[in-house]
Design a protein. Structure first.
Length: 288
């Protein structure tokens, strides 16, 4: 589905809530709007694809996370096991007990006030606490713990949570969601900000090659693929990864990846966290 790139809205200070084709020479040509719901299993299952897209073609695009809201997912909880198996992103079957993500979404917007990377780190940790640890991500204790783990300024985070700035940021996201008629999560919208062509919207989660095809079409040429970083560097950057995330990024079978991870485990670089539908790997070398 095609969408123009002229949508605008107002948000809190230090936040951009516009979609514009104004561009400088140094700006990456593609903008990807990633609409996700923090408590949506399909959005969580999209993580491997998004990491691989950034690792291979991140030189061509910037990605902006837009927080979605809406449909109650409890009626789909019986399908969650299948989603976990297909995506490799395991989650606890009791996660469907969380009915609302409003306060958690406000917390993500508060984290974003400390920078784009800070917001992304916080969102990832928040999902880990929900899908793996089955924590109540709307509780202040859990949110503050996520802020600490994401290395945010905790005092600033708490103050922002009591202000109107996260509310305005979330209102901005919801306005963009409505204007682009997004009602399924995850949804990615690709824009080429160097031309007047309309963007391409892809609702749902698809195999990785679909997103490469869309990036190619939006870019107007075949993109050059980058090699992924060294495995240890990748683990150091992301800190906590599923086996499937690593296997997809490095184009390797899980068995081959597990052999490499076991070697790193013997070197005390990572430790495994076993869950129902797979294994996550925590980076434990903290001398950086």
């Amino acid at each position: 589905m095609l969408y123009s790139d002229s949508s605008t809205c107002e948000g809190s200070s230090n936040q951009s809530c516009s979609i514009s084709n104004t561009v400088s020479k140094k700006t990456k040509p593609i903008e990807v709007y990633a609409f996700v719901n923090p408590i949506c299993p399909e959005s969580w299952g999209m993580e491997p694809n998004m990491k691989k897209l950034v690792a291979e073609y991140g030189q061509y695009f910037t990605m902006r996370i837009i927080l979605g809201y809406g449909s109650d997912h409890s009626e789909k909880s019986s399908q969650w096991g299948k989603t976990a198996q297909l995506s490799g992103m395991s989650f606890n079957e009791h996660c469907h007990e969380v009915k609302s993500c409003y306060r958690a979404s406000l917390a993500v917007k508060a984290a974003e006030l400390q920078g784009k990377c800070a917001g992304e780190r916080f969102l990832r940790i928040l999902r880990e606490r929900l899908f793996i640890d089955t924590k109540d991500i709307n509780s202040d204790a859990v949110l503050n713990d996520c802020a600490k783990r994401a290395k945010l300024d905790l005092g600033e985070f708490k103050n922002d949570m009591e202000s109107s700035r996260p509310i305005k940021g979330l209102q901005c996201d919801r306005r963009i969601t409505n204007e682009m008629d997004v009602n399924e999560f995850p949804t990615l919208v690709f824009f080429n900000i160097r031309d007047d062509n309309e963007g391409i919207k892809v609702a749902g989660r698809y195999p990785y090659n679909v997103y490469v095809q869309i990036l190619t079409e939006t870019l107007g040429k075949q993109p050059e693929k980058q090699s992924p970083p060294k495995l240890e560097d990748f683990l150091k950057k992301h800190r906590f990864l599923a086996t499937q995330e690593i296997a997809l990024v490095y184009d390797k079978e899980k068995e081959e990846v597990l052999k490499e991870l076991k070697k790193l485990r013997l070197k005390q670089v990572v430790s495994p966290v076993h869950v129902k539908h797979g294994t996550f790997w925590r980076y434990i070398n903290t001398d950086d």
